[in-house]
Design a protein around this ligand. Sequence first.
Ligand SMILES: [Zn+2]
Length: 410
Amino acid sequence: MAAMERKYILLVGDGMGDYPLHELGGKTPLEVARTPHMDWLLCNGRTGRVRTIPESMEPGSDVANMSLLGYDPMKYHTGRAPLEAASMGIRLAEDEIAFRCNLVTLLRDAEGVMRMGDYSAGHISTQEAQRLVLSLQDAVKGTPLKLYPGVSYRHLLVWKGGRGDLSTTPPHDIPGEPVALHCEVYRKEPVLASFVERASEILADHPVNRERVAAGKKPASHVWLWGQGKAPSLPTLEERFGLRGAMISAVDLLKGLGVYAGLKPIEVPGATGYLDTNYEGKVAAAIASLECSQFVYVHIEAPDEASHEGSIPKKIQAIEDFDAKVVGPVLERARMFSRVSILTLMDHFTPICKRTHVKDPVPFLLLEELHGAAKTCPPSTKFCEKAADGSSCDLKDGVELFHRFIGTSS
Ligand SMILES: [Zn+2]
């Protein structure tokens, strides 16, 4: 009986962790935020720290969330683009490499040096981008490349028989910087070089760009290829642990991870990946999915977005919303199931002062059984980055945490 099986609920507030900020009197946004439900989990459950990013890898959400799903990224991570491909319903053949293909704005400065003006071409609209990508199909005709339109500036290029071992640069990592060195990598690969070259010619004289410039907006002057890899080969959670379940996230990357882990992607209307997301809809979908499966992963992107924007008030708001609109209602509504384990945490820190991700280990909140947990917390209880300071539970990776969560030995 599905209703009698233990249910596993994993709640992720993307990028919630931070460093102390002098604007907050030396406290972090999580420390200042009102989070009564996570505080309750802290005094009723167990805490510790877990390393979600292996030392030698970049602190991306793709790597961190792969860890949280119990997969070793060192073994299974092949790139970000193949995960996004999966969320777009693109199945990669064994000899195909997927690249993320951004529409970007490159600008030539007074000295004639070409620089990264904007990794998102001014967050170009999907409608405009689709017109551009349609014209760019000319640049892949008769080549081993296929171009797939996505949302806004985020598109996908698939290279049959291509090389995945190139060293490419995420364009958001080099704002304002000269691009020549980063472009070298394409020049060495004639297939990519001629695509990038032909694309810039098509974009240079495109009506969409003329309209954008006339309206004072940034043109999508170039394509930028990065995040490449072949399809990862992950055993599903059902194959590994007999767990069937669902992935609830507004973010393509997470949906793609879910596809490879064998989780059912659930589309929640109004899920935006931002402060205005449909929290109630996500909680309702999570509870509903558990009626016929055992595992659900609920991912909330807003704290990370607020951190990239560098907004302290928005980050505090996003954390308070995660606690009040996700953690609280889940704790309440999951009581309808007879055996429930809940793991609540962040995938990585996104410190406001850096406006990007870092590799620090993250604190987790593990409640092994919801029923019977009823301790009233002393008022001093506060879940924050320091919550695990007194704990001796330092886990080396997400694999270990996942095994603890679902009660198997690794
Ligand atoms: Zn993240």
